[in-house]
Design a protein around this ligand. Structure first.
Ligand code: SAM
Ligand code: DTB
Ligand code: SF4
Length: 354
């Protein structure tokens, strides 16, 4: 026997299949693979659907900051925590559109607007709808995250042209009540299901490093991958431990453990955009590069997220130049498999000729 023979990688040819029947045991087996096997498999799956040297850029804006009725343990914007953040009213439409115009100039293809609400008040809906219409008219994709929604609100958002709704499951069902007490995991899944049923695209992911166990990370991915359709966007945040919140003293997640979650998400949801989201200011270039290798293909650009710091365009430009990564253009992000449908061929990888 040749002792130098290549070991079996242990995964079948159809490793990039889109499946909705993942078990925890299967997901855990992938998550716990030797790291080199895991990264190789994730990168192989990634290349079946995406150009591995392109990253989609989303830009965030907090359209209504602070004073939130929910008690999410990680959040600077909860009225339950003394983070020192000043609450503000819903922004005026024109100000939002001016910010969106700037974001477009810096290469963002998706504009994500977040409000610190448990749910929108009906009296605020017209303003929010005007924001969607204005941003869409600029030729960017629109995303909003406004908390829970009624069916009427969902229809209004969809009809105004909202492309994506962000609503994170955040963690496993088991760990959720340790972080959030003012709503349940079932509330979260119910909103997601109704948004999907109305025909909007879904952005849903979670936060790593809140004190959860490996099983919670894997269970969260199983929940997302077993939804009736995979979320088109899966943001994976690394906790930003904000002073004054219950999680302020939380130990940082190990970088390799974080990379394992990205790779497992890529393998389980092969056509979704996996977004390396909050926490990049605390990540080395090497860690970010490893996340891209593991299948992350989207980031938030700009120097602020909603209330916390983000690396900013200059830093990202340096990193991108070092690793030969380029921003994804809108057409590419639309056609690179983010929205699987029976009409669209399974493999719609963009060419790397740009
Ligand atoms: N109020 C809306 C909601 O909760 O759906 C939207 C805003 S909320 C800030 C959006 C997501 O950002 C959260 O679900 C969470 O995953 C992420 N997030 C918030 N604070 C964070 C922090 N300190 N570190 C990492 N991620 C965070
Ligand atoms: C997501 O998963 N992360 C973004 C976006 N979706 C709305 C928000 C990150 C917030 C980080 C903390 C802050 O800026 O306050
Ligand atoms: Fe409110 Fe969203 Fe922050 Fe929770 S995460 S406190 S719902 S703004």
């Amino acid at each position: 026997m040749n002792v130098h023979a290549k070991p079996e990688t242990g995964f079948p040819r159809d490793e990039a299949q889109v499946r909705h029947n993942w078990t925890r045991a299967e997901a855990l087996a992938i998550h716990d693979m030797p790291l080199m096997d895991l990264l190789f498999r994730a990168q192989t799956v990634h290349r079946q659907y995406f150009d591995a040297n392109r990253v989609q850029m989303s830009r965030l804006l907090s359209i209504k900051t602070g004073g939130c009725a929910e008690d999410c343990g990680y959040c600077s914007q909860s009225a339950h925590h003394a983070s020192g953040l000043k609450a503000s009213k819903l922004m005026e439409v024109e100000r939002v559109l001016a910010e969106a115009r700037k974001a477009k100039e810096t290469g963002a293809t998706r504009y994500c607007m977040g409000a610190a609400w448990r749910e929108p008040k009906d009296r605020d809906m017209d303003t929010v709808l005007a924001m969607i219409e204005g941003v869409k008219a600029m030729g960017m994709e629109t995303c909003m995250t406004l908390g829970m929604l009624s069916d009427t609100q969902i229809v209004k958002l969809r009809d105004a042209g909202l492309d994506y709704y962000n609503h994170n499951v955040d963690t496993s069902e088991r760990f959720y009540p340790e972080i959030i007490k003012t709503r349940t995991y079932a509330d979260r899944l119910d909103t997601l299901e109704r948004v999907r049923a109305a025909g909007m695209k879904v952005c849903s992911g979670g936060i790593m490093g809140m004190g959860e166990e490996t099983a919670d990370r894997v269970d969260m991915l199983v929940t997302l991958a077993n939804l009736s359709e995979h979320p088109e966007s899966v943001p994976i945040n690394m906790l930003i431990a904000i002073p004054g919140t219950p999680l302020e003293g939380q130990d940082k997640i190990d970088p390799i453990a974080f990379v394992r979650v990205i790779a497992t998400a890529r393998i389980m949801m092969p056509r979704s955009m996996v977004r390396l989201s909050a926490g990049r200011t605390e990540m080395s270039d090497e860690m970010q590069a490893m996340c891209f290798f593991a299948g992350a293909n989207s980031i938030f650009s700009g120097d602020v997220l909603l209330t916390a710091d983000n690396p900013g365009e200059d830093k990202d430009a340096v990193l991108f130049a070092k690793i030969g990564m380029k921003p994804m253009e809108l057409d590419a992000s639309e056609t690179s498999g983010a929205v699987p449908s029976p009409e669209r061929p399974a493999c719609t990888k963009t060419t790397s000729a740009h």
